[in-house]
Ligand binder design. Structure first.
Ligand code: CO
Length: 301
């Protein structure tokens, strides 16, 4: 191995380990009665305090929300004792991102749905090595989920992670989609089974709190000009939360009118909250790994 490859692997392990620690810290905060926004702020601060940025705003998607729910700056939602909470989080440093998730069942009544995603992830990891196709992994995941009487979410899945790119084009489905994309040694990928008792698909909702930078433009509104400058300066490499931009902005209208103008101009991309189309409950389990010749190395541990 060259020194460069060695250094990158060290950083992957370091960022993966911090991601896992931050996920577990967030897990301790998710309780009935807790304010979701306070959990998000504390978990993201945990990373900042250790010299890392969040790789993306913490996702705390609840029940039929499969992904991309992070609290708004004026969010008053609290966790309830019937919630199924997906905590999806990761650290970022020097271009490297970690990405991992667990599901917390605050009711204690959805064990099967949560076990299904966990065991599907284990099964996928046991098969994972260079040379396998992404659809073979998907088939492994689907087989376990069906055994538990639940379905995969067919339009969500694992993904490649590149430098400054949380979602490279490489996709790993949660069922056999017939893809012949081959995993190669040295690839960094996430595996993330999503299980549901609904229809097995997600669709965009009309709520959006997570965006990513695309390019700098010249907006008409003064407030949008200040916003894109702030985004370019601080969040050009990682997705960001509207909450992170709200410093000093007191009105819901002011911030979202700027955000909406930037989306229309193509300066930023929206990542809306994804809802299960049959209103099913959703669980998720995710790790980031390094693909090796004869297996894989777990990074988020
Ligand atoms: Co992911």
């Amino acid at each position: 191995m060259t020194d460069n490859v060695d250094m990158k692997e060290k950083l992957l392990e370091e960022v993966g380990h911090v991601s896992y620690k931050a996920l577990n810290y967030a897990k301790t905060l998710v309780k009935p009665g807790a304010l979701v926004k306070e959990v998000a702020i504390a978990a993201e601060k945990y990373l900042n305090d250790q010299g890392y940025a969040p790789a993306f705003p913490i996702n705390l998607s609840i029940n039929n929300e499969a992904a991309h729910y992070t609290p708004s700056f004026d969010d008053e939602r609290i966790f309830t004792e019937t919630d199924i909470v997906k905590v999806d989080f990761g650290a970022y440093k020097d271009g490297i991102s970690g990405d991992c998730a667990i599901t917390i069942d605050l009711s204690g009544k959805n064990g099967k749905l949560i076990d299904a995603a966990n065991y599907a992830l284990d099964a996928a990891l046991s098969k994972l090595r260079a040379g396998i196709t992404s659809s073979e992994i998907g088939r492994e995941i689907n087989t376990v989920l069906l055994k538990y009487g639940v379905k995969p979410i067919r339009n969500l899945g694992g993904h490649g992670l590149d430098i400054d790119n949380l979602h490279s084009g490489f996709f790993i489905p949660n069922y056999d989609d017939g893809s012949v994309d081959v995993l190669e040694e040295g690839m960094v990928i996430s595996i993330e089974p999503f299980a549901t008792n609904g229809k097995g698909m997600v669709a965009d909702s009309d709520r959006c709190e997570i965006y990513s930078y695309v390019e700098t433009v010249q907006p008409r509104l003064n407030s949008s000009r200040a916003l894109i400058k702030n985004i370019e300066e601080h969040f050009s490499s990682t997705p960001f939360a509207v909450r992170w931009l709200a410093n000093g902005i007191d009105s819901h209208f002011n911030i979202y009118s700027g955000i909406n103008e930037l989306v229309k101009l193509g300066a930023i991309e929206a990542h809306p909250i994804l809802l299960e189309i049959g209103n099913g409950m959703v669980s998720q389990s995710e790790v980031t790994v390094l693909v090796e010749a004869n297996g894989c190395k777990l990074l988020t541990k």
